[in-house]
Design a binder for this molecule. Structure first.
Ligand SMILES: [Zn+2]
Ligand SMILES: [Zn+2]
Length: 109
């Protein structure tokens, strides 16, 4: 027996929200129906992670081991990108190649 965190109704089988961990009745179990704080945080973290994944290779600033922001020299950046063989850069290259090929095939037809 538990009470719904939103409407206070007593539930025999309460639903626990996997995002915020609070208990809800059948009506308010969905994150959308109880203004879930956990879901907002989850979405925020996800968008941040995606943004970082996309923009990271283009960022001019890097953090050193102590966490300070450092601006590496051009040579350093070239060396770093050659050494790490970033999968993202490879992915961008493939996307660009596909676009070019599509245009090329379109012209030939
Ligand atoms: Zn409820
Ligand atoms: Zn929730």
């Amino acid at each position: 027996m538990a009470k719904c965190s939103l409407c206070g109704e007593t539930e025999t089988l309460p639903f626990t929200c996997k995002f915020c961990g609070r208990k809800f009745c059948g009506e308010h179990r969905l994150p959308e129906n109880h203004q879930c704080i956990g879901l907002e945080k989850f979405k925020e973290n996800r968008t941040k992670a995606i943004e970082e994944w996309i923009y990271e290779p283009f960022r001019k600033e890097y953090k050193d081991r102590a966490g300070r922001i450092v601006k590496p020299s051009f040579q350093q950046r070239v060396k770093e990108s050659l050494l790490t063989m970033d999968m993202r850069k490879l992915l961008y290259a493939i996307i660009v190649l596909i676009i070019i090929l599509t245009i090329f095939m379109g012209i030939r037809r």
